[in-house]
Design a protein around this ligand. Structure first.
Ligand code: ATP
Ligand code: MG
Length: 239
């Protein structure tokens, strides 16, 4: 198991209502997992906890069997080696494509950065655009650059929060396929959240359905779609 979340309780500091209570989730290496749920169900909160941007009240998170957080340990976000791609995947506007991609890479070995950059540009087919600035490339191209920026540090996994919601409908389905292809090629474990069943069906190997902070069904995408365990889940996939 790559990620193990065990008996997690969490509430935001300014609120006395728990967003997650006794929350458990396992993510296997190499899987593309979609956390699917309505607005406010706790999707972003789960990602923020895995990334280390929030501290749980109780519970354990392990990555590759190493404790990231428990009652006595807290590994800081920058030390978790997780690639993060949030909704407003904003690239740094004053940096070129190449500079954006290499931003988080710390390896100082001679030639490493250039080699890594070339690999990543090849992966997204944007070798020619490396010296362009974000405003000089399309929305879909920006999305791909943001994805490889998250991959550049060779993370254990990448977390994506609604990665398609800023794209217009035409672009969305193309980018989904592109992104899935890129992720599959790298074999990297990916967790993304969405409220859109089409994102989940098109991309995810597995779906985790979240409602009011509880997982109400999870499993292989086809099984969830064909055998929803409740009216609620069936409703999510209707139409
Ligand atoms: N910073 C915060 N302080 C207090 N409460 C918060 C904070 N962020 C989120 N919440 C609350 O926690 C619950 C879960 O929010 P979360 O952002 O995880 O939902 P979500 O599923 O990502 O929703 P959306 O699809 O709208 O992004 C909601 O009830 C929300 O109001
Ligand atoms: Mg959210």
């Amino acid at each position: 198991m790559l990620v193990q979340i065990k008996d997690l309780d969490f509430r935001y500091k300014n609120s006395d209502e728990y967003v997650l209570k006794n929350f458990n989730l396992d993510i296997e290496k190499g899987d593309i997992v979609c956390i699917l749920g309505e607005s406010g169900s706790g999707k972003s909160t789960v990602l923020r906890l895995i990334a280390g941007l929030e501290v749980p009240h109780k519970g354990i998170i392990k990555i590759d069997d190493e404790v990231m957080v428990n009652e006595s340990t807290f590994v800081y976000p920058e030390e978790r080696e997780i690639g993060v791609l949030f909704q407003d995947y904003a690239l740094f506007p004053h940096m070129t494509v190449a500079e954006n991609i290499l931003f988080g890479v710390r390896n100082k070995e001679k030639g490493y950065k250039e080699q890594r950059l070339q690999e990543l540009l090849k992966l997204i087919g944007l070798e020619e655009l490396r010296e362009r600035y974000p405003h000089q490339i399309s929305g879909g191209q920006q999305q791909r650059v943001a994805l490889v920026r998250a991959l550049a540090i060779d993370p254990w996994l990448i977390l994506m929060d609604e990665p398609f919601s800023n794209l217009d409908a035409n672009l969305q389905s193309r980018i989904r396929q592109e992104l899935k292809g890129i992720i599959k090629k790298t074999g990297i474990t990916s967790v993304f959240v969405s409220h859109d069943k089409d994102d989940a069906i098109d991309i995810a190997d597995k779906i985790v359905v979240l409602k009011d902070g509880d997982i109400i069904q999870q499993g292989v995408t086809e099984n969830i779609v064909s055998k929803p365990s409740s009216k609620y889940v069936a409703g999510l996939f209707a139409s």
